[in-house]
Design a protein around this ligand. Structure first.
Ligand code: FES
Length: 99
């Protein structure tokens, strides 16, 4: 976790597993909420809007706003609705380039 991360992981007993975020390996706690784990790892932007390209990050953490939308293993999913699993391949959605 970066020193400037505004989020602190409360449960440090979880096993850390590797995931890929835009080709960079991160070690995240297995079974923990994916959006919260990415925020705690220092990830600030999860996607860019298709219209303006503005960066977005998790807001509601309950599946309503879609600001945590990422592509996981080729499928667009809400990170706040998922748990960390070993080997996840996560890609941030970039502006108008996603479908
Ligand atoms: S943070 Fe709002 S849907 Fe995930």
């Amino acid at each position: 976790m970066p020193a400037d991360a505004p989020f602190i992981a409360l449960n440090r007993k979880e096993r850390l597993v590797p995931v890929q975020l835009d080709g960079t390996e991160l070690m995240l706690p297995e079974g923990e909420n994916l959006a919260a784990s990415l925020l705690a790892a220092g990830v600030r932007s999860f996607r860019e809007t298709p219209v303006s390209g503005a960066p977005r990050a998790p807001f509601c953490m309950m599946g309503a706003c879609f600001d945590c939308l990422v592509e996981i293993d080729g499928i667009q999913r809400q990170a706040c609705m998922l748990s960390v699993a070993e080997g996840m391949v996560i890609a941030r959605l970039k502006g108008t380039t996603h479908g």
